[in-house]
Design a protein around this ligand. Structure first.
Ligand code: GAR
Length: 242
């Protein structure tokens, strides 16, 4: 049985597609072992907790983390917490219940720093805990010192490769269509590398933008395509892992 950790920030409709695909064996021999959110109110956490059986969840938000106590340094002084410290703690959360086979960013709206990737690629050690997550439904087991082999990370992005990297991609594609600059958009699931939304694509789907349609209608059509693509990509990547 392969274990998948899913990172979310919002509604979690793509997480739901993965939950359903694991339950129906559209993704065979796999389960979601943990869902992590950076937003307490993310509805995806409710989706995970309502699954059968319930999926453990964890939560860590950036702003309160940064306000936490300063970190002790090797020379005995202390320093403020940084965004990289936060990302390292998220990396720790990902592996603290055992080594997952795959990490899926499904609507995770936070750019992860190179420090996060280094831990998951086994280049640096899994960091010690600085601050326990305030709420967790996952039990803690021994944490590996260093990850080996590296754990693949894939990300869902609502634009075609090379177009509209970063936030608000659907809105920007819609605006570009209204300005006559493009005639189609799309979505991709790609491997995560340091450059935002630039890793090797695994599944790409083009989506027509219809004249006269509202942004909401385009968004709804894009989400439907995403729910298929995220399952396809997850299945494909897991099939390639022995
Ligand atoms: C999806 O549209 C996904 O492509 C997007 O967030 C949404 C999450 O929806 N991700 C990004 O924009 C990442 N750059 P969901 O919470 O319902 O799955």
């Amino acid at each position: 049985m392969k274990n998948i950790v899913v990172l979310i920030s919002g509604s979690g409709s793509n997480l739901q597609a993965l939950i359903d695909a694991c339950a129906s064996s559209d993704i065979p021999d796999a389960r979601i072992s943990l869902v992590i959110s950076n937003r307490k109110a993310a509805f995806g956490l409710v989706r995970a907790q309502s699954a059968t059986p319930p999926i453990p969840t964890d939560y860590l938000a950036l702003a309160p983390f940064l306000k936490g106590p300063e970190i002790a340094t090797d020379d005995g002084s202390t320093r403020p917490r940084t965004r990289a410290d936060y990302d390292l703690q998220v990396a720790r959360m990902v592996v603290q219940h055992g080594r997952p086979d795959l990490i899926v960013l499904a609507g995770w709206m936070h750019i992860l720093s190179p420090e996060f990737l280094d831990v998951l690629e086994g280049k640096t050690a899994v960091p010690p805990p600085i601050q326990p997550a305030p709420e967790t439904s996952a039990s803690t087991t021994a944490t590996p010192a260093r990850i080996s082999p590296k754990i693949p990370i894939i990300n869902l992005h609502p634009a075609l490769p090379g177009a509209f990297d970063g936030a608000n991609a659907i809105q920007r594609a819609y605006d570009a269509f209204q300005a006559g600059e493009i005639n189609k958009t799309g979505i991709m699931v790609h491997y995560v590398v340091q450059e935002v939304d630039r890793g090797e694509p695994i599944v790409v789907k083009e989506i027509e933008i219809k004249k006269g349609e509202e942004l909401k209608e385009l968004e709804a059509r894009i989400h439907q395509v995403e729910h298929v693509a995220i399952v396809e990509a997850t299945k494909k990547v897991l099939e390639g892992i022995s």
